[in-house]
Design a protein around this ligand. Structure first.
Ligand SMILES: C[S@@+](CC[C@H](N)C(=O)[O-])C[C@H]1O[C@@H](n2cnc3c(N)ncnc32)[C@H](O)[C@@H]1O
Length: 925
């Protein structure tokens, strides 16, 4: 039986590799795909790929005859030019990114790891390989892995903190002998060799030759992009945190996880089992989380954020870099300044957690009456609202957005919006509002209350209180939209019949069939890491669907639907109002805090604070230190786990639907006073159609297009790109250049610099995996190099993702098409339509046959006839239609064109071929 399971796992891996390889092979126009007779694998979920008439490849043959699956030394292609595998003249098909070469997120090979078929296949490989190794490995050795694995984060920390990644980047692909590394980073040579070797053993570095180490695809992501010399100077000047500025945030994320979170996790047992105090063991308080025991802040009643801000009250450990910090030596107020800064940057490294476009698919926005109000509760700087507002404007839904948060965050948000999209504020499409979500909700006619990554920050009692306030303000028509991780069980879950999940549309009982673990095991690890992170730092948690449903119901919300993107556990959960259970009636809101066990230190809140809020009756009851901590935690910052702390340019944000991230300035971080209580609620901008004369705003999707040869800049205002973005499974290239990552406005960009178009696709597709290069929520730049080091946009390397020079002069628009994901909701489901009548983009409910007319949405709305089973005609017609319409229809407010087809892969291949000039392209008039 076990052999049968192992064989089954092996077959899953083999099949998945076939799927991946087929997608990569399809990028090479000159070569047949491995199964040329088969349908394009990317068109259909793997389960549909092989029928009786389309035999599978023999995996035995693959294994025995091919070395393509090994990770060879850096392939010449990857080490010299990341795109060489895509060279049409090359005989070799495009290879999967090598583990042994530094990651280049701008390469097509990396981009394809986000292809839906590849996403699904990778998940299966991870799940099957993890299960296989657990099965075959001697159990004691597996236990050793589980129990001694703590050395891994320790070694990761020293790797990052000693700037060894930057040293190795400067050394190049040949690597550097540990002796020289040691001379630079100051870690004793023989110790360092063993540390680096442990990492090489776990595929995080490469030991090129004895004691010579080099970066690989994984460790290269930890690169700050700064020179080693620069970093040493920063340290010497007492500003080591500047290392993380203008980076993708991953180095900061590694530092955060391997420092305070790692140490806090070690105190799980002390806190939840061994503590003599029942209230500690069963704690619902952020001030009694394992973190507080690890860093000795229990006595001072300081939680993580208070500690980060230097409030240890004489207690608490400040250790590591912080204690050697310039700030400490100089007697500065906050000895934890380095960690505080690092935390903010680390959050921008986690943007890829949410699937791009998921928020558009997570709710049927078109079902709302025109002019409906959406309240983004705890909306941060309003990234999600900005994206929704833009999409709503573009398709004429006329939704209004109220973004509520703490005063300091509201200020930041307004500033950010003023800089990026003032017209949305001016016309009243969006307003910011100071509001404490623990106080009564002032908006009583909301169509939707949106709670994005709010509930996971709070233990149940607090989360329930937030939900109750919304429930009390809800009309019978109001919907609640919760966006958070949804943890699957590790066993099959009979969702339909028990536990309150009856009738919850989209509730999946398993993610993978036997013999894989139902939750895809190792492939889903990240959500569970996050869960425990929230637990050890805040006593909070991610939740299973059952837990979310039960929590919502306890506050008078019935969950009706959950939507998740393929490869992602981040869910959008829709709930409708139902009667509030008697036990949770209004009086119980007030007593929520008093039901929390008493805390070591009790500090009354000042009267001025109590009296300043419309929620004063509740707030007046707050007397516990834990409550202050709770408020403080939420009061002075907007970057908590999962938040978007940077607002990228409008175009970037759209390109990254679901992932715009704002740079936190930490303004007001020190303000922990009365401002944490909401002032009387007055929207800063009146809401209402008559309140403001609506100005025509430039389309957020508009980017200047490069001209063939003219020196006079010309901007075509209605972007071809926004319409091209309607073409399924292709997208305009995401932001990868200094100009784009710095958020420069299109208007200020010379046309010739915009070869890298801003992807403006308000996606309706549903798929991504965390960390995918195409993930909309991945923070720019994904490249480990800082933007200042990227040499792109004017001298961008020829690639699939831009026009070949030969083609560019023939066309007015420089098309830059790269694959994006198209929605397969589940690996096992057949292609399914995600479209709706007023969508700005398209997706599929059916596969169109030759001769059939595919629907075309938008203002000009002509249908496009599907060609002989190929998307090329559609694309070409679409391109020429758009080219011809682009200049004539300036100022349009809704996209003119979209087309449908059942196959992402065909589109993908065709788009790549068009991009390389291998398909004829109709010139624009
Ligand atoms: C994880 S962030 C999520 C932000 C935003 N929803 C997003 O998706 O980017 C949590 C947000 O909750 C806000 N917040 C925390 N406590 C709050 C409170 N009591 N009232 C209103 N907002 C609060 C924080 O300022 C922060 O912006």
């Amino acid at each position: 039986m076990t052999f049968a399971v192992l064989r089954a796992l092996h077959a899953i891996i083999g099949d998945a590799l076939d799927d991946v390889e087929r997608v990569y092979a399809a990028q090479h126009p000159g070569l047949p795909t491995p199964d040329a007779t088969l349908v394009d694998s990317s068109t259909y979920p793997p389960s549909l790929l092989f029928t009786k008439d389309s035999p599978r490849r023999s995996h035995k043959a693959n294994v025995s005859t091919s070395s393509a699956y090994a990770s060879p030394p850096p392939s010449p292609g990857m080490s010299t030019h990341p795109m060489s595998g895509s060279d049409p003249s090359s005989e070799k098909p495009l290879d999967f990114p090598s583990l042994d070469a530094p990651c280049d997120p701008t390469s097509l090979a990396e981009a394809l790891t986000a292809h839906p078929t590849v996403v699904v296949a990778i998940n299966r490989i991870l799940a099957a390989a993890g299960q296989m190794s657990a099965t075959v490995q001697t159990p004691f050795l597996t236990l050793c892995d589980a129990t001694m694995g703590y050395h891994l984060p320790s070694c990761m920390r020293i790797l990052e903190a000693s700037n060894t990644v930057e040293i190795l980047r400067e050394a190049g692909s040949g690597g550097l002998h540990v002796r020289f590394i040691s001379e630079l980073n100051g870690v004793e040579e023989s110790k360092l060799a063993h540390i680096l070797r442990l990492l090489a053993t776990h595929h995080i570095l490469r030991e090129v030759s004895p004691d010579v180490f080099a970066l690989n695809r994984i460790s290269s992501l930890v690169d700050s992009g700064k020179t080693f010399k620069e970093l040493k100077e920063l340290e010497a000047s007492g500003k080591p945190e500047i290392k993380y500025q203008d980076t993708n945030g991953i180095a900061a994320f590694v530092g955060l996880c391997t420092d305070e979170i790692y140490k806090s996790s070690a105190y799980l047992t002390e806190t939840y089992l061994l503590s003599p105090s029942k209230q500690t063991r069963e704690g619902q308080e952020p001030t009694q989380a394992p973190f507080c025991y690890a860093f000795d802040t229990v006595k001072s009643g300081t939680g993580y954020f208070g500690w980060l801000e230097g409030e240890t009250g004489g207690f608490g450990k400040i250790e590591g870099r912080a204690s050697m910090d310039f700030a400490v030596k100089a007697g500065a107020a906050n000895p934890n300044r380095f960690r505080l800064e690092r935390f903010g940057k680390a959050m921008s490294g986690t943007g890829s957690w949410e699937a791009p476009g998921a928020v558009l698919n997570g709710f049927d926005w078109t079902s709302l009456p025109k002019g409906s109000t959406v309240v983004d509760v705890g909306g941060g700087i309003g990234s999600t609202s900005m994206l929704l507002a833009t999409a709503s404007e573009d398709v004429g839904l006329g939704l209004k957005f109220i973004i509520q948060d703490r005063s300091v965050v509201v200020e930041m948000g307004e500033k950010a919006w003023r800089a990026k999209c003032p017209e949305l504020l001016d016309v009243g499409t969006a307003v910011f509002q100071e509001h404490d979500f623990f106080a009564p909700q002032p908006i009583k006619d909301a169509a939707v209350f949106l709670l994005r990554v709010i509930l996971h920050d709070w233990p149940d009692d607090f989360a329930r209180r937030i939900l109750l306030q919304l429930r009390e303000a809800a009309t019978p028509q109001t919907k609640l939209l919760i966006a958070d991780w949804v943890l699957p069980l590790a066993c099959p879950d009979d969702m339909g019949s028990t536990g309150g999940l009856e009738g919850v549309e989209g509730a999946e009982s398993i993610l993978a069939p036997a013999p894989l673990l139902p939750n895809l095991g190792k492939a889903s690890a990240n959500a569970y890491w996050m869960d425990l992170t929230m637990q050890v730092m805040f006593n909070a948690q991610e939740r299973t669907l059952r837990e979310i449903v039960a929590l919502a119901l306890s506050a008078g919300w019935k969950v009706t639907k959950v939507t998740k993107a393929v490869g992602s556990l981040f869910g959008h959960i829709v709930a409708v109002p139902v009667p509030i259970p008697a036990v949770q009636k209004r009086a119980d809101i007030d007593s929520t805090l008093s039901r929390i066990p008493s805390l070591p230190s009790v500090v009354p809140i000042s009267a001025s604070v109590v009296n300043s809020s419309s929620g004063a009756s509740i707030d007046g009851l707050r007397t516990k230190r834990g409550d202050i901590e709770m408020r403080k935690r939420s009061g002075s910052r907007c970057d908590t786990f999962g938040s978007r702390t940077e607002l990228s340019s409008f175009e970037e944000a759209l390109a990254k639907f679901g992932g715009g991230v704002m740079r936190t300035k930490y303004a007001g971080m020190g303000s922990r006073s009365a401002s944490i209580i909401p002032k009387p609620i007055v929207p800063k901008t009146p809401i209402g159609p008559n309140s403001i004369v609506r100005k025509k705003r430039p389309s957020p999707l508009c980017v200047p297009l490069p001209l063939p040869s003219s020196s006079s800049p010309r901007v075509i205002s209605r972007p071809l790109t926004s319409r091209l973005a309607q073409i399924p499974a292709t997208s305009v290239a995401p932001q990868r250049t200094p100009s784009t990552t710095s958020g420069s406005s299109p208007a200020n960009t010379h046309p010739s610099a915009s070869i890298t178009h801003k992807s403006s696709y308000p996606q309706t597709y549903q798929s991504t995996i965390p960390g995918s290069p195409l993930s909309a929520s991945r923070p720019p730049p994904l490249s480990p190099r800082s933007p200042s080091h990227v040499q792109l946009p004017l001298s961008r390397r020829p690639s699939h993702t831009q026009l070949s020079p030969a083609v560019q002069p023939q066309t007015q628009a420089s098309l830059s098409l790269i694959p994006i994901r198209q929605g397969h909701e589940s690996p096992l489901s057949s292609p399914r339509l995600l479209s709706h009548p007023r969508s700005t983009s398209l997706s599929f409910e059916q596969v169109f046959q030759p001769g059939q007319r595919a629907p075309c949405m938008g203002a000009s709305g002509r249908d496009i006839e599907v060609g002989e089973g190929d998307i090329a005609d559609i694309l070409l017609k679409g391109v020429s239609t758009l080219c011809s319409e682009g200049s004539q229809e300036e100022g349009r407010t809704s996209p003119a064109y979209s087309c449908s087809h059942g196959g992402a892969g065909t589109v993908l291949a065709t788009a790549a071929r068009i991009d390389r000039g291998l398909w004829p392209r109709t010139s624009s008039p």
